[in-house]
Design a protein around this ligand. Structure first.
Ligand SMILES: Cc1ncc(COP(=O)(O)O)c(C=O)c1O
Length: 485
């Protein structure tokens, strides 16, 4: 009988299974064929044009199978799993990831559920710094206007409440170049510092903003923070790994967190947070869920937050094997995705008489494409209604953006070829499973709405109606023929 190992992370063999791996099933390492690639994503709903990898990502069949093996290993003998497999397995995932993202070693990597959790870890620490008197009331936390809503909420819930002043960096959109981002960032930093009267304790910089999506020159902004005496920089890289090159030491932030379930083929929920080994603040970070590992450092605290399913975090090496079957590995995947999304975005913009929201160098595998102004998008509710209609009537899944700041941007940039102001955009993604026909479906759906004289006003509730008009309309419209049928 195998002896019971206390927590410590050493791999052992129990009942023929090595501690860091579930019962092995040989995964092919040969270059992936077109047919195999399609089989990997055969569980996707084939009736839907899935143009929104950005929100929830995707997970191939071989990785799901590896995950199921971990889950069965747990169910077969939970105690043995806990004492012999969990920690070595997580250590193996962290080491594999450290090599992929250029970290010093696995001790710099914590595996967490998602970037929402990363934000909570950082903001909790900053809030305690106010409460314990390390920071003075009014010291600043800087973030973008387009910082993701959950992260903004975290800043307000933890840090503003503890006494921080929150300063937003307002970005123009559409954007012509990275220079505008740098200029706005410098200007906001000057406001934040108030002529040296205030300390900037934390800058939250997105690597790729969500909505609208823009690739931010993060390394340059981190360098500006260093020059300007900002205490700490947290890079919200929720979309980055798999979409843009990630070298955490080169970027140079204090805290860098990326999801793995968006663009790195992991099942949800798994993300990593990088902190530097020699950073004294990093040693003071705590997971917001306090467990028996409290005080053992963030990587260990994160590795045990109570009884739950850890299998998503255990399959990182399987994901790396999967991406390495593609020509050029993850770099090859992201380069092809970038080229394709720009090609498809340009195709849509040409068909609709609009434009891309950013030049190609300011996007990864997602890009914003202007929608024809005649669709009459005038609010976020309009985008929700129109998106629902695209899903139900046309079987196209794509997120929409309402640009409420259109009026502030020079008018020649924001008009379509008919002279109508462009107030709405689609955010399209490209991932390995996408095909041209899916973008054609989106193009044709919008073209049909334009040809039919559709306007979002038709989906708004009228004052007399108890049931919003949009609901009735969408349900009626959803009876129309589905794409591909
Ligand atoms: C920029 C950004 N930050 C944070 C998040 C939160 O990610 P998660 O929901 O995986 O925690 C998202 C999600 O889309 C995002 O786009």
């Amino acid at each position: 009988m195998a002896s019971v190992l206390p927590s410590g992370g050493d791999a052992v063999t129990v009942n023929g299974v090595d501690g860091a791996s579930p019962p092995a099933v040989k995964q092919s390492r040969a270059p992936i064929t077109e047919a195999e690639m399609h089989a990997e994503f055969a569980h996707h709903d084939g009736a839907v044009a899935r143009l929104n990898n950005g929100s929830f990502g995707c997970c191939p069949a071989t990785v799901l199978a590896a995950r199921a093996r971990w889950q069965r290993l747990f169910l077969a003998q939970p105690d043995a799993f806990y004492f012999h497999h969990l920690k070595p397995g997580l250590a193996r995932s962290r080491a594999a990831l450290a090599a992929v993202v250029g970290a010093g070693d696995a001790s710099e990597i914590s595996l967490i559920d998602n970037v929402t959790t990363a934000a909570a870890i950082i903001m909790q620490h900053v809030a305690w710094s106010f409460v314990e008197g390390d920071f003075a009331r009014g010291d600043v936390v800087l973030m973008f206007l387009y910082t993701y809503n959950a992260v903004k909420n975290s800043i307000h819930a933890y840090v503003a409440r503890a006494g921080a002043t929150v300063v937003e960096v307002p970005l123009p959109f559409p954007l012509a170049s990275a220079d505008a981002i740098v200029a706005e960032f410098r200007a906001a930093l000057a406001v934040a510092k108030d002529g040296g009267r205030r300390r900037v304790r934390l800058a939250v910089i997105d690597h790729i903003t969500s909505m609208p999506t823009v690739l931010i020159p993060v390394k340059e902004l981190v360098a500006i923070c260093r020059e300007e005496g900002v205490d700490k920089v947290f890079v919200d890289a929720a979309h980055s790994l798999g979409q843009v090159p990630v070298d955490v030491r080169d970027i140079g932030a204090d805290f860098y967190a990326s999801n793995l379930h968006k663009w790195f083929f992991c099942p949800s929920a798994v993300a990593f947070m990088h902190t530097r080994k020699n950073d004294t603040v990093a040693t003071k970070l705590h997971h917001p869920v306090v467990s028996s590992e409290y005080g053992n450092g963030l990587p260990m605290e994160s590795a045990w937050i109570g009884v739950r399913d850890y299998s998503a975090q255990l399959v990182v090496p399987d994901v790396i094997d999967f991406v390495n079957r593609f020509d050029g590995g993850v770099e090859g995947i992201r380069t092809r995705n970038h080229d394709k999304v720009v090609e498809m975005g340009t195709m849509l913009a040409d068909a609709w008489g609009t434009f891309l929201g950013t030049p190609p160098e300011l996007c990864g595998s997602m890009v914003m494409v202007g929608l024809p102004g005649c669709l009459g998008i005038e609010s976020e509710d309009d985008t929700v209604n129109l998106r629902t209609m695209l899903r139900k009537r046309f079987k196209v899944e794509v997120p929409l953006y309402y640009n409420s700041r259109t009026a502030e941007v020079p008018p020649e940039i924001v008009k379509d070829s008919n002279g109508d102001p462009v107030t709405g955009y689609v955010r399209i993604s490209h991932q390995v499973y996408n095909v041209r026909e899916e973008y054609d479906a989106l193009r044709d759906a919008v073209a049909k709405l334009v040809a039919d004289g559709f306007s979002c006003a038709k989906l708004r509730p009228s004052d007399e109606q108890e049931t919003p008009a949009c609901m009735t309309s969408i349900d009626e419209l959803s009876a129309s023929p589905a794409r591909g049928s």
